[in-house]
Write a protein that binds this ligand. Sequence first.
Ligand SMILES: Cc1ncc(COP(=O)(O)O)c(C=O)c1O
Length: 447
Amino acid sequence: MRYGYPKGHVFYRKLGRVYPLVTHGEGIYLYDEEGKRYIDGSGGALVANIGHGHGEIFKKMMEQMGRVGYVHGTQFTTHSIEEYAEALGRILPKSLEKIYFLSGGSESIEAAIKFARQYFLESGHAQRWRVVARWHSYHGNTLGALSLTGRIGMRKPYLPLLIDFPHFPPPYCYRCPFNLSYPSCGLECAKALEQVIRMEGPETISAVILEPIGGATIGALVPPEGYFSMIREICDRFEILLIDDEVMTGMGRTGTWFAVEHWGIVPDLMVLGKGMSGGYFPLSAMITKGEFVERLKEKTGGFVHGHTFSHHPVACAVGLAVLRFIEERRLIEQCPQKGDYLLRRLEELKTFPFVGDVRGKGLMTAIEFVRDQKTKEPFPRSKRWTERVIDLAFEYGLVLYPGTGFVDGVNGDMVMVGPPLIIEESQIDEMIEILKKTFSHLAKEIS
Ligand SMILES: Cc1ncc(COP(=O)(O)O)c(C=O)c1O
């Protein structure tokens, strides 16, 4: 059977694509109805952090469904909600202790924007509502989250609907926005935040939001040492909240529970999603400090951000099972070593003339493509280079995650490699072999 538009009633995400039908998954592999095996080299969109088909997650989910499948978040709580919050509370950075459960990353980003606003409103600073974000970031697709997202192509069609949130440049050392190099640059990219805050008026800004490691738009962009502490210091100086978007990086993906831990920073709000449930159930969270929640308690008496599926008992049962899986299999402890191995093997791909940069931390990595390794000139978008890589690797049985447009808003090609954390070194080798086969094919095409 061939699935895809215009056949049937599914409104597919890509209207020009034929979709294989996946029948099951096992570990890092997915299998379609024709028996073809795929390595889930990106865990979907860096979601399937523990891999596929684990019976113990299914069992915990079914147990909760058997007890009670749904209660409304304003009316009841359940053991699963309480126990999961307790378990998360033990691993969260100190002072982040109040967890608001939701069902998707964008939803929790909206919650963070609104929480920051409500906090300042109730603290007597009604004019503080704007959130500063970075260009070439990704924070989601709902209108508030898209207003933060610095992905130009994605924003353009919806610009009239977006909120006027300021942006500043990312710490993109491979193509420094200031034409400088680290460390003599003095972290101009972090200082740019202060400039934006001053220009926009600090009294209007509620928060700054960052992905600790740039993800879906720019591909595993790790900031240089000193960057985060400078951002934290600027936020503190202007009494602005720091929102840490860990939707992609959180829950062990980069070798610590949360990526900010690499730099010893404690944010004021944190957003989690994706890996919380490893994709087994829709689940996300907005997390903040007790003292901020207390402010809301004193005034309105609650957070004005209700969703039908918030604080979902089954989602929390799955989240708890996934967290325990990560702990019991010691996946975070193993992640740095596996990540170093993956990066080392990806480095080998630089022998291909179109591999410009290889970057990442832990098992969150990316390959940036260029037309010319020396000048770093990107391919013109019309070449659809990323799509070619993705499609060909897919044909060879490797799933990767694409990103485009981050060089100048139009051009820029990269793929993310972010396999489930359970991956073994021999399976990393399998991925590299497919990447080499894919790149050799493309090299022949352009030679
Ligand atoms: C860093 C980050 N924030 C937010 C989101 C949005 O999450 P969702 O797609 O679950 O709405 C994503 C999704 O890729 C993300 O990577």
